[in-house]
Design a protein around this ligand. Structure first.
Ligand code: ADP
Ligand code: 5GP
Length: 208
């Protein structure tokens, strides 16, 4: 059956567990494609260019913007982050569900361009746990953690107005299972089933 994929936008405060939950989601769902973002931030230990991010200089990133290659982009913690347009469009057309891990400004822009996108905001069980996870990851120094926490406060105030779904990341398994349920429901929705409904109705017309 010829079906266009779903664009699934995942956001949440830094350290809430977006990357961890998305990895779990890929274990339980084989129709997903992860959109590898471009960024000007430095790779963390273990991060692979082209797998976790495409790591770029500011000059390279700005050239990509000028050339219209970004679906959306934003600045976060002093660095650029953006979604390359071409892979997203290609995979959606192939029927793959495309996962974006992006912050709130990017999510707002994606929703404006593609209102059919499904947006999920991941919440921490509480703010103490969020801070513990962010500090416990040991990937940012104290000043970068402070900026990320302040950005989290700002995001959390705006998120209720913007996102379709809110999933608490209490355990990774339950958070991933909830997102999988959201995807399953959306795959049966009117938008996702448009082509299939058209095909059935053409058959009905030919029989009637
Ligand atoms: P994000 O991508 O949202 O910045 P990460 O996926 O890097 O967050 O997770 C931040 C830290 O929290 C990591 O050390 C990760 O192992 C941990 N973590 C993620 N989910 C949970 C959870 N449900 N319970 C406890 N720790 C978690
Ligand atoms: P990190 O540096 O922790 O990997 O990511 C910082 C923030 O940037 C996270 O909120 C993440 O969701 C966001 N982000 C990652 N890629 C993109 C992107 O392509 N576009 C936007 N707008 N945000 C992104």
């Amino acid at each position: 059956m010829n079906k266009r994929g779903i664009l699934l936008v995942i956001s949440g405060p830094s350290g809430v567990g977006k990357g961890t939950v998305i990895n779990k989601l890929f274990d339980i769902d084989d129709n997903l494609y992860f959109s590898v973002s471009a960024t000007t931030r430095s790779p963390r230990p273990g991060e692979v260019d082209g797998v976790h991010y495409s790591f770029k200089t500011r000059e390279e990133f700005e050239r990509d913007i000028e050339n219209g290659e970004m679906l959306e982009y934003a600045e976060f913690g002093g660095n650029y982050y953006g979604t390359p347009k071409s892979a997203v469009e290609k995979k959606l057309a192939q029927g793959k569900d495309v996962v974006l891990d992006i912050e709130i400004q990017g999510a707002r822009n994606v929703k404006r361009l593609m209102p059919e996108a499904v947006t999920v905001y991941i919440l921490p069980p509480d703010m103490t746990e969020l801070k513990n996870r962010l500090v416990g990851r040991k990937t940012e120094d104290e000043s970068a953690i402070k900026v990320r926490i302040e950005t989290a406060y700002k995001e959390l105030r705006e998120a209720p107005k913007l996102y379709d779904f809110f999933v608490v990341n209490d355990t990774v398994d339950s958070a991933a299972a909830k997102i999988e349920n959201i995807l399953e429901a959306k795959r049966c929705g009117k938008t996702a089933m448009e082509t299939a409904l058209k095909q059935i109705l053409e058959e009905v017309d030919s029989l009637a």
